[in-house]
Ligand binder design. Sequence first.
Ligand SMILES: Nc1nc2c(ncn2[C@@H]2O[C@H](COP(=O)(O)OP(=O)(O)OP(=O)(O)O)[C@@H](O)[C@H]2O)c(=O)[nH]1
Length: 300
Amino acid sequence: MTTRAGFVALIGEPNAGKSTLTNRMVGAKVSIVTHKVQTTRARIRGVALEGEAQIVFVDTPGLFTPKRRLDRAMVAAAWGGASDADIVVLLVEAHRGITDGVERILDGIANMPHARIVLAINKIDRVEAPVLLALTEKLNERHAFEKTFMISAEKGHGVKDLKEWLAGEMPEGPWLYPEDQIADLPMRMIAAEMTREKLTLRLHQELPYQMTVETENWEERKDGSARIDQVIYVARDGHKGIVLGNKGETVKAIGKAAREELEEFLGRRVHLFLQVKVRENWLEEAERYSEMGLDFRDGN
Ligand SMILES: Nc1nc2c(ncn2[C@@H]2O[C@H](COP(=O)(O)OP(=O)(O)OP(=O)(O)O)[C@@H](O)[C@H]2O)c(=O)[nH]1
């Protein structure tokens, strides 16, 4: 049987529903869904299987108007992910229509003549059919989308159609990730997201966007507990001190909060070890794999 594998970039305004859609396609809660904007950190969100196809979802940071230098880097990262992908899915919110943000994304994709871009109008549960049809027409006048899907990522409407279509469009080739690693993947990612969330709560709001958390090791212990090793990567030396805090008390508090949540989630004891390391320019690094906690170096 011919296997297929490829990358699908989800682009859209903050809150368009990218995380919700990824979760539904992957079938596990791998991406944190929140009402706050700008939560999406990892470039790769999950790996979905559909028949013989493996679809790797690149869950880009929300595209928005960059003001600060860091924000511009995030937007560049988002577009970078989009132009590398086999298919780009633009998510537009049905009830909000063509906002200024959507306008800017439409301008952005006009500069990607070689990309295959499909439109997915999300949150169709929030509008009546005539509104939806008018919006579909308007958007297709603005850009020649290869296809238009109408979906509700939250309720699941239309998601199966979209997933099946994407699967059929993935290039023929071997799978990018072994199946057994996918099974292992969501928990590692959830664990990393939990720690990142605690960092966000604890630190000045600017800082968390310059950080990433990776689960480096996960060991099941004979007594039923789990030992989890994570690294918090910061962009600068100065940030390391902030994360550590006076005598390490900040990272300790973050670790405690994350551990408690993990224990509740897993229903067993957890030993969580956090390390803080400096990794300059990690936003620009084209690491397609490591943020998934899917490192092949983790072969133990
Ligand atoms: N009514 C409705 N709400 C939805 C739907 N899909 C997503 N939402 C909600 O929209 C909000 C934003 O969804 P997310 O998936 O976090 O959006 P996102 O695009 O990943 O956001 P960022 O990570 O900030 O870029 C959440 O409150 C979701 O529950 C949908 O189909 N219908």
